[in-house]
Design a protein around this ligand. Structure first.
Ligand code: PRP
Length: 192
């Protein structure tokens, strides 16, 4: 059995959680540069508008904070909690959404997602928002797994397309661990 490496012990090239080994994949400097270029596009595209950023918790928390600090236009911020993975590495297919009683009517909504995998979370959320009277609905996703989507999702702003590996760090978790890692790690090996 491999020793579990605590998420707080940063700087490692490999992290072990529940005997699953993860290797460093996207370093903080690349994360920062992706965030910066996405923010620049939003600042240009939404100039003169007053968008409402809808943060999908919990995974998007770090990405949302980073990108919102670089948004220079007037905006509003709201949150929604979405859960479908539990302690598994694949979506349960059952997306639980907890959306507060926010008025979306007439708003330009920008959904902030950390990752698009099956696409089911985003699909459920957009379905919920469809009848809200929103003026427009777009999505920023920090990561998008290539070829994994089980539903049609139209994402205007994608930070980085990645292979379908399971990833943790920068808000993303495995069984609630690893969210506080500053870099992103991908699954390298599973327990024997
Ligand atoms: C993760 C992630 C996205 C969603 C993407 O959330 O943060 O919201 O799954 O997967 P999908 O495209 O297959 O739907 P999760 O349900 O793990 O909750 P969390 O954000 O609290 O970790």
């Amino acid at each position: 059995m491999k020793k579990e490496v605590l998420a707080a012990e940063t700087g490692h090239n490999e992290i072990v959680i529940k005997d699953y080994t993860f290797e460093k994949f996207i370093v903080k400097s690349e994360i920062d540069s992706i965030v910066h270029s996405l923010a620049r596009r939003i600042n240009i595209d939404y100039q003169g508008k007053y968008p409402l950023f809808l943060i999908v918790l919990k995974g998007s928390i770090f990405f949302a904070v980073d990108i919102l600090r670089e948004i220079t236009i007037d905006c509003e911020i709201e949150t929604v909690t979405a859960k479908s993975y539990g302690d598994e590495m694949v979506s349960s297919g059952n997306v639980l959404l907890s959306l507060s009683n926010v008025k979306f009517s007439g708003k330009d909504i920008i959904i902030i997602e950390d990752i698009i995998d099956s696409g089911l979370t985003l699909h459920s959320l957009i379905n919920r928002l469809k009848h809200s009277g929103a003026k427009s609905i777009e999505t920023i996703a920090f990561l998008m797994k290539t070829g994994q989507q089980k539903t049609n999702v139209d994402i205007k702003y994608v930070g980085k397309n990645i292979p379908p590996d399971f990833v943790i760090g920068y808000g993303l978790d495995y069984a609630e661990k690893g969210r506080n890692l500053p870099d992103i790690y991908k699954l390298k090996s599973v327990p024997d």
